[in-house]
Design a protein around this ligand. Structure first.
Ligand SMILES: [Zn+2]
Length: 370
C-alpha cells in the first residue's frame, strides 16, 4: 500500500512539471528571439501573444517550420491572419497549414510554415478551450516557453503629469487635486542571447507602477501597480487599451497610464488617479478639508516609478514634485491680532501653516506700514 501512495505522489509532481514546454520552432530546446511581448499596444487592441523570430533567414528551410508543442487535434483558425490551433495553443502567420481535424504529435508534426512576409511566428495560449470564452495568458511565464532567460533591464524614458479626466491637460511646476501619470518605458532586450528586437528597445515592459515618498524618503503612498501583463481579460477592449496606453503609443513606443486600473472588473474603478488632495484615513476619492487632515500636506514629494520585465529586471526613476492644494493659513502671530507692541523695536512673528516665500511676506508687511 505504501508503495502505491509514493508512486501516486510522483505522478502528481511530474504532471505539474509538464506545464512547461519547449519552443515550437527548431531548435526546440534553444531560446529564440522575442520580437514582441505580451500586452503591447496595437492599433485598436492589445498584442495577446509573443512574436518569435526563427533561427536563420532562409524562409524555405526547416527552421521556419512550426511544430505543435502538444499532441492533440489541430484546427485552422479563422480571421485575418492564417493560423492553426492545437488545444489551447495558437500558431499564427502560417502558410502550408495542416488541414483541420488532423491529429498531430508534439514536436514531430508541423502545423505550417511561417509566412515569409511576416518572418515571425505569433504564438499565444488561452486558459480554456474554445468556444468557452477564454483568457489569454503570458507565454513567457516561468515554466511556459522553456528555456527562457533575461538579464537585461527595461528603461524608463520619461514621467509626465496630467489632469485626471478628459482633456489630457499637461501639468507642470506644481500638482494639485487628482492627477494622472503618463510614463514612457520600454524593454531594451528580452533575452540574453545577444538578440535584440529591431529596432532595439521596442518591446513592452511586463509590469509598471509607482509609489510616493516624502522628502525623508518614507513611503507615504504604497506601491500601485495595475498594469501587469499576466493575462488580458479582453484583448479587443479599446476602452481598456486606451486606459493602459496614452495617445502617441504605437507598436514600438509605449506610453503607460500608470495611475489607472484598466483591468479592474468594475469599470467605474478603471479610470483612476492619484488624488494629491486625499483626506488621511479615507479612500482615494475623498478630498481633505484642510491641510491638517491631508494625507499629502503641501510640500515636496518624490514620485518613484518602477518598470519590470518578466524576469524581474527593472528600472527605477524618481521625480520631485511640489503639491499645493491648500491656501496658507496664519496659525499664530505675535503680537496677537489687533494687539499692540510694547515698543517700536518689537519683532513681529507670523506663523503660517506651511513654508512661505519669504520675499512675498516681507513686501506685504512693508506695504502695511506704508
Ligand atoms: Zn504577434
Amino acid at each position: 500500500m505504501r508503495k502505491i501512495l509514493i508512486i501516486s505522489a510522483g505522478i502528481i509532481i511530474f504532471g505539474s512539471y509538464l506545464l512547461g514546454y519547449n519552443w515550437p520552432l527548431k531548435p526546440f530546446d534553444k531560446r529564440h528571439q522575442i520580437n514582441s511581448t505580451f500586452g503591447e499596444y496595437r492599433n485598436g487592441h492589445f498584442h495577446k501573444g509573443v512574436d518569435i523570430k526563427p533561427f536563420g533567414s532562409d524562409t524555405t528551410d526547416t527552421l521556419h517550420l512550426v511544430y505543435s508543442i502538444i499532441s492533440d487535434t489541430s484546427y485552422r483558425t479563422n480571421g485575418g491572419n492564417p493560423g492553426v490551433r492545437v488545444g489551447k495553443y495558437y500558431y499564427i502567420h502560417l502558410k502550408n497549414r495542416i488541414q483541420s481535424e488532423t491529429y498531430v504529435t508534439a514536436f514531430q508534426d508541423t502545423v505550417g510554415r511561417i509566412q515569409p512576409t511576416e518572418a515571425h511566428l505569433h504564438f499565444h495560449w488561452t486558459s480554456r478551450y474554445p468556444p468557452l470564452s477564454d483568457t489569454v495568458l503570458n507565454p513567457l511565464w516561468t515554466g511556459a516557453l522553456t528555456p527562457y532567460a533575461d538579464s537585461t533591464n527595461p528603461y524608463i524614458d520619461s514621467i509626465k503629469f496630467y489632469r485626471q479626466g478628459p482633456g489630457d491637460t499637461l501639468l507642470t511646476d506644481t500638482l494639485n487635486r487628482k492627477v494622472d501619470m503618463l510614463v514612457v518605458a520600454r524593454d531594451t532586450r528580452t533575452d540574453t542571447t545577444g538578440h535584440a528586437p529591431s529596432p532595439p528597445g521596442t518591446t513592452s515592459v511586463y509590469r509598471i507602477g509607482y509609489e510616493i515618498l516624502n522628502t525623508l524618503c518614507n513611503i507615504v503612498k504604497p506601491y500601485w501597480e495595475k498594469i501587469r501583463f499576466d493575462t488580458i481579460p479582453d484583448p479587443t477592449s479599446t476602452s481598456q487599451l486606451n486606459l493602459t496606453y496614452g495617445s502617441g503609443s504605437i507598436i514600438s513606443h509605449f506610453r503607460y497610464w500608470i495611475t489607472n486600473d484598466p483591468f479592474n472588473p468594475d469599470p467605474s474603478l478603471q479610470n483612476w488617479y492619484w488624488n494629491t488632495k486625499q483626506k488621511v484615513g479615507e479612500p482615494d476619492s475623498v478630498d481633505a478639508d484642510c491641510i491638517e487632515d491631508a494625507k499629502f500636506p503641501d510640500d515636496y514629494y518624490w514620485v518613484k516609478v518602477l518598470a519590470y520585465d518578466i524576469r524581474d529586471n527593472f528600472d527605477a526613476e524618481s521625480v520631485k514634485v511640489y503639491l499645493d492644494n491648500f491656501l496658507p493659513k496664519v496659525l499664530n502671530t505675535y503680537p496677537k491680532n489687533n494687539g499692540n507692541a510694547n515698543n517700536p523695536d518689537t519683532n513681529i512673528i507670523v506663523i503660517f501653516s506651511e513654508s512661505m516665500d519669504t520675499n512675498t511676506i516681507t513686501s506685504s508687511i512693508r506695504c502695511v506700514f506704508c
